[in-house]
Design a protein around this ligand. Structure first.
Ligand code: BGC
Length: 521
């Protein structure tokens, strides 16, 4: 680094301003965008296990399921048709997030959120009123487009609105809403399943309109972020907004940095080809690996198949649905742990602790299943044993809920410079959706082949991802979002990809004596 910028002495800035009620309010409203994603994750598994739904739309699947008498618990009946129906949403979301990145950049974060809400609302209405499979699928595609728009824009919105010191906390409200959405869906399924007359599934699917209405109406009242306003040529509105959300007139330094970031951003006409440049190698790697790893924790095996899994180990219908509700509750509660600690202990500590906890639980669950079902898949599980199994699954879910769950959305949304932020977030959403789709699609076949080893398979991935974080992810807590390049520049590995002239010096503040809020990488 001779002659270069002494990166080890970078400090993160601490702009004046506080956590205002206004910023808190806007972030909570925007975070409700997570409800639609969560509701969908929670609802589809339940609906596709309702007999009346299957009989109406997938009669061949229904009859095959009734005739399935296999005793091998690993290789239960599996319909690719049904899983394609469920996971078509994730493919639609994948494509929509790419389109959303352009809308978010050119028209603002708020327009994307509104679009997401309205399209999802339409999808919910079509699904609730569905008369045939075509309506179901069109509805699902619209839901997917809604999720793609919301997941692309909401995390970015939250990270830009939040003061750096509270960014983790506010951004994680998105994950909190996802978990609340899942829990509500579990409860709705539980109730809808009891409706006589075979139309309970309409209630489950139609009620998706509620979270969609919340984010649609909410987003009408949301302001756009100062970052986006500056970037879209409205400097005065941006300054006014910054003063309002920070609760002080002393925002010059932060505003100047937004302007510098926007000037950098203006030099770039093609964010998609630009993101491939050497200097963005770290961010691009994270945008791909973090969502990929998030899905390889195996969380959605639990989210999508928990009731099936519990039935398999001998729980009755009600007990299975109830256990899913318990897991949903653990998921919500454990998310609060990360909300209140992420800006204090940092992202890395949560990643490493949560990863270790998930790993231990996966090994225990895999071994417990191996002991009872062996490789033949035939066996029975005593009640006490089953209770312990659910307990370890809950501890695993808690580990996810305060690590890879919220951080999988937070970290990618805070590491990109403005010029490639929208494109970067679209990559994050696309990779996430692609692997959500892949795991939903492959799970039953994998269980049949890998048997209890499936849990060891995911455990192996958790080891890899935890090592990845330990070595390659620098700490980003409390670093202002438009200053993030300094963190990468200071990193032992990623620093080599960033030339000194790639660091906009206007934003650099050197340490003088005792640094404040330094995140030495
Ligand atoms: C993940 C979802 C998962 C959910 C569980 C989210 O962060 O992206 O795939 O189902 O967490 O709470």
């Amino acid at each position: 680094m001779a002659g270069g910028i002494p990166t080890s002495r970078f400090v993160s800035k601490d702009y004046p301003g506080k956590l205002t009620a206004y910023v808190l309010f806007t972030c909570i409203i925007a975070a409700t965008g997570g409800l639609i994603f969560g509701y969908d994750i929670g609802i589809s598994g339940g609906v596709t296990s309702m007999d009346s739904f299957l009989e109406k739309f997938f009669p061949s699947v229904y009859h095959q399921e009734i005739e399935d008498t296999s005793t091998n618990q690993y290789c239960k009946f599996d319909s690719q048709l049904l899983t394609v129906f469920t996971s078509s949403l994730y493919l639609a979301a994948l494509l929509a997030s790419i389109l959303a990145s352009t809308v978010t950049k050119l028209l603002g974060r708020k327009v994307s959120m509104l679009t997401g809400g309205i399209v999802f609302l339409l999808g919910a209405a079509i699904n609730g009123a569905a008369k045939n499979v075509a309506m179901l699928i069109i509805g699902r595609i619209l839901l997917g487009i809604g999720v793609g728009f919301a997941n692309q824009s909401v995390p970015v919105y939250l990270s830009e609105m939040a003061p750096a010191r509270f960014r983790g906390m506010l951004n994680m409200c998105f994950q909190l809403m996802i978990t609340i959405g899942i829990l509500c869906a579990n409860l709705v399924n539980y109730g809808a399943n009891k409706i006589e007359g075979g139309w309970g599934w309409r209630v489950s699917l139609g009620l998706a309109a509620l979270p969609a209405a919340i984010i649609s109406i909410g987003s009408l009242f949301l302001p756009d972020t100062p970052n986006s306003l500056v970037d879209r040529g409205q400097p005065e509105a941006a300054l006014k907004m910054l003063r309002r959300i920070r609760g002080t007139d002393d925002v010059k330094e932060e505003y100047d940095d937004l302007v510098v970031a926007s000037q950098e951003s203006k030099k770039i006409t093609h964010p998609w080809s630009n993101i491939l440049k050497r200097k963005y190698r770290a961010q691009l790697t994270m945008a791909i690996m973090i969502p990929l790893f998030q899905q390889l924790t195996g969380i959605n095996v639990i989210e999508f198949y928990a009731p099936v899994l519990f039935k398999t180990i001998g729980f009755g219908n009600n007990a299975s649905l109830l256990s899913a509700v318990i897991i949903g509750l653990v998921n919500v509660c454990a998310t609060f742990v990360s909300i209140f600690t992420v800006d204090k202990v940092g992202r890395r500590a949560l990643f490493l602790q949560g990863g270790t906890q998930m790993l231990i639980c996966q090994l225990i669950v895999g071994t417990m299943i191996a002991i009872k079902f062996g490789t033949s898949g035939v066996g029975e599980i005593p009640k006490v044993y089953a209770v312990f199994l659910v307990l370890f699954i809950c501890i695993y879910v808690a580990g996810f809920a305060w690590s890879w769950g919220p951080l999988g959305w937070l970290v990618p949304s805070e590491i990109f410079p403005l010029e490639i932020r929208s494109a970067g977030q679209a990559i994050n959403v696309s990779v996430n959706m692609l692997f959500t789709f892949g795991i939903a699609q492959a799970f039953l076949a994998m269980l049949c082949h890998l048997k209890f080893g499936l849990f060891y398979f995911f455990a192996g991935w958790v080891v890899i991802m935890t090592a990845f974080i330990a070595f390659l992810l620098p700490e980003t807590k409390n670093v202002p979002i438009e200053e993030m390049v300094l963190v990468w520049k200071a990193h032992w590995f990623w620093g080599r990809f960033i030339a000194d002239e790639d660091v906009h010096v206007g934003a650099v503040e050197m340490a003088n004596g005792k640094p404040k809020g330094v995140n030495q990488a």
